[in-house]
Design a protein around this ligand. Structure first.
Ligand code: FER
Length: 445
């Protein structure tokens, strides 16, 4: 390890004469400078140990200062606008000054296949911005816990197929890190565009425990042949299911559709997940029962916990009336599922109405979807679609698990369904008699 001007370099212990090395440029966070990785991340020790185990390609690692301004220290208000902007200015400094300097001074290979860029937080954002933005310059990208300086995916990669030229896209984040959305939205965009990448979610927050592990995992992949088919299996943790209650971290969905469960039941003797097939969970010392299922198909699935044989709803999950009772549900994402995503389009409403049924001699209930603008157009009349639920469900099924409102909102916004051409009522059908509907073509409005 030697210090040269304001740069820190790590070298393989034994450098051979005339040998040329690939280079990893490793960037720090908003509170750091060129010494941050060295002081807190111990990259020299991590890499020395990996060399000793034969797990690392010899490489030179450059630890620059990514705050490209005259006074580049991490003092005063590190969030000040000029200091934050200096992290963007570093793109030019890196490409036109630093890389040529390193290539002149050090025995390095100078082609993109031998140049990697990685960083933590602000440095993760820089890595995404600069490497996706200069694919002709970098072939390896490691963005750890990327910060809000990360460009939006369509600005990062207006032509997503360009990213296929990268040998490795490694995006990582701690599962408890509040900055997760800046990693996830890039990963979601890459996934949607079928760009193989590693989205490595690990236990932890926004700190060097996570970043040391990221360097340890990422560096072992560098400057070696890559098997992109292994990328999906790389992550430790998955993404909390959209059907979880607020802030519940489990169940989590892995990229291949497997589901990880974690349930607290210290007194239980046996805990299983019933997803049609039953999966045994294993108890840890703290009374948590954990386990991972086989890959589940992209779809909505009801499930139950079986705690000592009793089927109960998972307190971490939203509940849905299905299977003849309130059950847990998990929505496994799949390609093309965005027709029921909540989008920035005009939204209609689901209303809940009671009507008196003479047939049953009782008050009964419907869920009813009215399109966007319904209340603004009282003179308009609408046709009606009566849509019926399944045997285990009730009149809430099409609204809750069926997401009728989102499906229709999106179709209307795309001009694929007419605003005044659809009208939905989720009805209880068991009497075989449709309720009189509210504001339809045949109604009294
Ligand atoms: C912010 C939150 C976090 C932000 C930057 C960060 C520029 C960076 C954190 C880090 O580098 O550790 O709002 O805005």
């Amino acid at each position: 390890m030697e210090q040269q001007e304001k740069l820190w370099f790590t070298h393989p212990r034994v450098s051979k004469k005339n040998e040329k090395y690939p280079v990893l440029y490793l960037l720090h966070g908003i509170g750091g400078d060129e010494k941050e990785w060295f002081n807190q991340g111990k990259p020299n020790i991590i890499l020395d140990n990996l060399y000793a185990q034969g797990k690392l390609q010899p490489m030179i690692v450059v630890l620059p200062n990514g705050r490209a301004m005259k006074d580049d220290r991490a003092t005063g208000n590190i969030m000040a606008q000029d200091k934050v902007e200096a992290f963007a200015t570093f793109e030019k400094d890196l490409l036109t000054d630093l890389i040529p300097f390193v290539e002149k001074k050090y025995p390095v290979k100078k082609d993109r296949d031998n140049r990697a860029l990685a960083g933590l937080s602000m440095g993760g954002g820089q890595t995404q911005n600069f490497a996706f933005g200069n694919i002709d310059k970098f072939a390896w990208l490691g963005a750890f816990s990327s910060a809000p300086n990360t460009k939006e995916p369509n600005k990062l990669l207006p032509n997503p197929q360009d990213a296929l030229k990268l040998k490795l896209i490694f995006i990582s984040c701690g599962d408890a890190d509040g900055l997760m959305p800046f990693s996830k939205r890039t990963s979601d965009y890459l996934r949607k565009n079928k760009i193989p990448h590693i989205f490595y979610i690990e236990p932890g927050g926004h700190d060097f425990k996570v970043w040391k592990n990221d360097l340890y995992i990422f560096s072992q992949l560098l400057f070696k042949p890559v098997d992109k088919t292994k990328f999906e299996g790389f992550t430790v943790l998955g993404t909390p299911a959209a059907t979880n209650i607020r802030n519940a971290r489990y169940p989590q969905i892995l990229p291949d559709g497997r589901v990880m469960f974690k349930v607290k039941a210290p007194e239980a003797q046996k805990v299983q997940i019933d997803l049609g097939k039953k999966y045994d969970l294993k108890k840890d010392a703290d009374g948590f029962w954990t386990g991972t299922t086989d890959p589940q198909s992209g779809s909505f699935h009801y499930y139950s916990l079986l705690i000592d044989g009793v089927a109960v709803a998972d307190p971490s999950s939203e509940t849905f009336y299905g299977m003849g009772r309130y059950a847990s549900g998990i929505d496994i994402p799949f390609e093309g599922d965005d027709f029921y995503a909540l989008k920035d389009v005009p939204h209609g409403d689901i209303r809940i109405k009671n009507f008196y049924s003479k047939v049953t001699n009782s008050w009964r209930r419907i869920f009813i979807y009215t399109p966007p603008g319904y209340d603004q157009n009282p003179a308009e009349s609408y046709p009606a679609l009566y849509i019926l639920h399944g045997g285990g469900e009730d009149e809430s099924g099409w609204a809750n698990q069926g997401k009728t409102n989102l499906i229709l909102d999106n179709l209307i916004a795309e001009g694929k369904a007419k605003k005044n051409g659809h009208h939905y009522a989720g009805c209880e059908y068991r009497t075989g008699r449709n309720p009189k509907l509210w504001r339809t073509q045949s109604s009294d409005v």
